[in-house]
Design a protein around this ligand. Sequence first.
Ligand code: SF4
Length: 214
Amino acid sequence: MRRLCGVLNRAKKILNILKKHYGENAFTVSPVEPFRALIGCILSQRTRDKNASRAAIALFSVASTPQQILRLDPTVLRQLIRPSGYYNQKAKNIIGASRAIVERFGGVTPRTRTELISLPGVGPKTADIVLSYGFGEPAIAVDTHIHRVTKRLGLANDKASPADIKIALEGSLPRIDYSYTDGAILSIGKEYCKSGRPRCGECPLNHLCEKCGV
Ligand code: SF4
């Protein structure tokens, strides 16, 4: 019980510091049409944002609904999304997800986590991003940065899985702060708390961090 209270208090203090550091409105979620959010997420797997963005622009310029994607020649689809890397596997997942949406969900992107995870190429992180950006339902999507930073901050133990991290963060903070927390911790991971050499001396959270190596 004392450990749980400690985590709750620490999470709230961390959120307050992040809001002062980045500003209250720094991580406002801009809504994206759900199917585009889904395909954008698949394209962003294992690549840089700019590569995923190039592929998404190319693909959506010719096909942006599941029905349109299913009408595309697979060779053309692979060429369109080539900038995102792993394009053979991604094309397979995009076709599979489009087919499942048409055949099982009447052509409409499903809006529950369980249904989203049942689609090819969609894991928990992708499902949470689609829920948050596509449907405006706050969810913390645990990626590699959030996984690492949360553990270093002492909000979860060293052996915590991404699912454990999600429970720890979402259980410690008000729902209204999920999107902000997601964006802010992701930024801390990219800017300061890098996997190789964390910049603890400049990190705004260093006085609260269990693994601070200032
Ligand atoms: S103080 Fe260091 S280890 Fe802790 S969150 Fe900041 S960069 Fe990461």
